[in-house]
Design a protein around this ligand. Structure first.
Ligand SMILES: *Cc1c(COP(=O)(O)O)cnc(C)c1O
Length: 330
């Protein structure tokens, strides 16, 4: 197997991120021991899970002597904001292909994209990278050498960030003499989930990794689990880790999709308020708030015993708190 230390990487994060026990929330809910992994504190431009992927993505960009990066997403993409921040740290130019058209006034992630020096290319209905090859060709014609980051940064290279993150978690668990029964994460483009699953296997941990669906009401066609398996196989191959993944290796829970992506339900609002008031920790209403709402519901339905240990991976998304101010007002 190839060591992660031999992969090109730029160290832009403040690691390890804190592993914190939520004692007050746990006693309030009368539930299992609850831990949180604070990737909202990775350190680059308000933090989040994407900067772990970006350590390896930008590492590859630099090893290929690229001078710029291109990323894509919706107008309020967390990946794009974190790419703009990471590119600034690494000294690369950042181009973003964002869905929609230029609004009269930039706020939240879009404001930060501008502030961090990214060049925005408005892409209308194309927010998932449909126009990336075209944009890359334009930039090449203008003399740049761009590195292209595909949707969500969920490639085999990006997922390495979360293989590494599980080794980091294992060290923290060992130092605290802890075993984790479950790890819950918001799962959307798959790089985080696939990387973590491989990380558990490489580190011989038996923690069950469960993805909470953020933007799908069901697996879809092809099923999301088979996309996860394919990405995990590509990532394992990159590391020459001898293990084949199948869709059955990935646990996804679609029960908390509710009224849909970016719809802030009462349960999500309650999860955001409870975590803020019991623990002083801010969750975003789109990803981590939905995941915590799911965890709280499972605790109330007695899915866990009181001696179970569960972890919520805080993947960031903080700027959405301000964008959804209207929905979060009590
Ligand atoms: C992108 C994102 C996720 C989902 O990660 P994937 O690797 O795309 O599945 C979760 N939470 C936040 C805050 C994100 O920005």
């Amino acid at each position: 197997m190839i060591s992660l230390n031999d992969m090109p990487r730029v160290r832009i994060n403040f690691l390890p991120t804190p592993l914190v026990e939520l004692k007050r929330l746990s006693s309030f809910l009368g539930g299992p021991r609850i831990f949180i992994k604070r990737d909202d504190l990775t350190g680059v431009a308000l933090g989040g899970n994407k900067t772990r992927k970006l350590e390896f993505l930008l590492g590859e960009a630099i090893s290929q002597k690229c001078d710029s990066v291109i990323a894509c997403g919706g107008m309020q993409s967390n990946l794009c904001r974190q790419t703009a921040g990471a590119a600034a740290v690494a000294g690369l130019k950042c181009h973003l292909a964002l869905g929609g058209t230029q609004p009269p006034f930039a706020d939240s992630n879009l404001l930060l994209d501008y502030l961090l020096g990214a060049t925005i290319h408005w892409s209308g209905e194309y927010s998932k990278g449909e126009r990336l090859p075209e944009l890359a060709a334009e930039l090449r014609a203008s003399g740049l050498k761009p590195y292209v980051i595909t949707y969500g940064g969920s490639t085999a290279v990006g997922a390495l960030g979360f293989v590494a993150a599980i080794s980091e978690l294992k060290e923290q668990l060992q130092a605290e003499n802890l075993d984790l029964d479950y790890l819950f994460l918001p799962s959307s483009s798959g790089g985080t989930h696939a990387g973590m699953t491989i990380g558990m296997d490489i580190n011989n941990l038996s923690t069950k990794v469960v993805g909470i669906s953020i933007d799908r009401s069901e697996p879809g066609e092809p099923p999301y689990e088979s996309e996860l398996a394919e990405l995990a196989n590509q990532t394992a191959a990159k590391l020459e880790f001898d293990r084949r993944y199948t869709p059955a290796d990935f646990a996804m829970n679609y029960d908390y999709f509710g009224e849909g992506y970016e719809v802030v339900s009462d349960a999500i609002r309650e999860a955001v308020y409870l975590t803020a008031r019991q623990e002083g920790i801010l969750l975003d209403p789109i990803y981590t708030g939905r995941t915590m709402a799911g965890l709280i519901d499972m605790i109330r339905k007695k899915v866990f015993t009181s001696s179970n240990t569960v972890l919520l991976w805080h993947t960031g998304g903080i700027p959405a708190i301000f964008r959804f101010a209207r929905d979060l007002n009590a």
